[in-house]
Design a protein around this ligand. Structure first.
Ligand SMILES: Cc1cc2nc3c(=O)[nH]c(=O)nc-3n(C[C@H](O)[C@H](O)[C@H](O)COP(=O)(O)OP(=O)(O)OC[C@H]3O[C@@H](n4cnc5c(N)ncnc54)[C@H](O)[C@@H]3O)c2cc1C
Length: 364
């Protein structure tokens, strides 16, 4: 029998763990994941709110929309499959209610509803009076409800992926920062999923370049956990303020909610206290009851955002056909983890994928 191909994945956030799980299902591959931290999911994934917003996101068509919708669909099977296989529960909440303070959004949303219907997703439009009668504790000019979008607990997702991949035979090695790709000579194939650490790894292959350019830049995000008794909010809220800025409110059960996240391009150290009131103010604008919320915890993380190409970055490294990369998912890495895993699985096993990934390939 042929020796299984050795695949080494560097980085164990939502992307690395999802790819490890997918690849671990193939008998022809032996998967090893090297993670710099002492546990999985401590990078951007650990800061994420896990909102999977694809059907109600405003862009109607295009290859990115196709991938996001496909990823959302993959979660419908992935969550119960992981729960069954591992015995772990992945807390998740189906349905996103998008609120808008803009007047006259109906025609824009009606056109999105039509497009999504053709793509197999149901969306419902609520005018101001409907919002008021159905959700008396919310304040908005209009709303769009998407039953297929959802939120899930990102750290629990990663735990379940790691456990399921381990049961399938994958190995996870923690406290193992990789400095240079040349340090792992035994691998037949390498997958870089190191989030913001991916730049350094890619550059370790381009030592002959004077100044290898950066692929990614960090974009900060701050979020809070609050407690608010007696609010019967059981859908995820995505709220867009009149100035275009948005927030998500994720119900966690037991009167607790995550609220986030800020989008911060300046390199200040986070978390910043001023952002806590900013997030709460936005939540109060749409749900005045949050004025009485008690803040339990605040945190911040850094999203990996591509500098000079579209998000995400997927495919082989130019001139290095045995090294692939899956990073730069910016604000949607948890949403896009299953489809990313499927594409990388196709590329590793067949050298090609039917999914529209080429537009995200790394430019040489
Ligand atoms: C506040 C906030 C809220 C967010 N909310 C959402 C949301 O609601 N929905 C959504 O879809 N996305 C959200 N995101 C974005 C999402 O978190 C990211 O897109 C996603 O987590 C990226 O996953 P990743 O696996 O690529 O990176 P990471 O989670 O950062 O994982 C990379 C891993 O690689 C490891 N690593 C790095 N360098 C090395 C090395 N040299 N050797 C070994 N290991 C290495 C790191 O330790 C880390 O564990 C949010 C992000 C933030 C910050």
């Amino acid at each position: 029998m042929a020796r299984p191909e050795q695949v080494v994945i560097i980085g164990c956030g939502a992307i690395g763990a999802s790819i490890a799980y997918k690849l671990s299902q193939s008998a022809s591959l032996q998967v090893t994941v090297l993670e710099a931290n002492s546990q999985a999911g401590q990078g951007a994934t650990g800061a994420s709110l896990g909102v999977l917003m694809a059907a109600c996101s405003q862009k109607a068509t295009g290859d990115l929309v196709t991938l996001r919708l496909a990823s959302l669909r993959l979660y419908e099977q992935l969550i119960p499959q992981l729960e069954r296989q591992t015995g772990l529960s992945i807390p998740n909440c189906a349905g996103i209610l998008c609120l808008s303070q803009k007047i006259g959004s109906e025609s824009k949303w009606q056109s999105l509803i039509g497009k999504r219907q053709q793509q197999g997703f149901d969306l419902q439009f609520f005018d101001r009076d409907h919002v008021r009668s159905k959700y008396p504790f919310l304040s908005a000019q209009s709303a769009l409800y998407s039953p297929s979008d959802r939120a899930l607990h990102p750290s629990m997702l990663v735990q379940a992926l790691v456990k399921a991949a381990t049961l399938n035979g994958a190995k996870f090695i923690y406290d193992h920062p990789v400095d240079r790709l040349a340090d792992i000579p035994d691998a037949d194939k390498i997958v870089i999923t190191a989030g913001l650490g991916s730049d350094r790894l890619r550059q370790s292959l381009d030592l002959d370049l004077d100044r290898p350019s950066n692929l990614l830049a960090p974009v900060g995000g701050q979020a809070i956990l609050v407690e608010l008794p007696d609010l019967s909010l059981n859908a995820v809220i995505h709220a867009e303020a009149a100035n275009g800025e948005d927030i998500n409110i994720v119900p966690l059960g037991f009167d607790r909610y995550w609220i986030g996240a800020t989008v911060e391009f300046e390199p200040d150290t986070l978390p910043r206290t001023s952002n806590i009131s900013l997030l709460l103010d936005k939540a109060i604008e749409f749900c005045p009851a949050f004025a009485k919320a008690k803040i339990i915890e605040t945190w911040a993380g850094y999203r990996p955002r591509p500098v000079s190409q579209r998000s995400p970055i997927l495919g082989f490294l130019p001139s290095h056909p045995n090294v692939s990369i899956a990073t730069g998912h910016y604000r949607n890495g948890v949403l896009m983890a299953p489809i990313t895993a499927e594409i990388i699985n196709d590329l590793i096993l067949k050298g090609e994928s039917d999914r529209p990934w080429q537009g995200f390939a790394l430019k040489s």
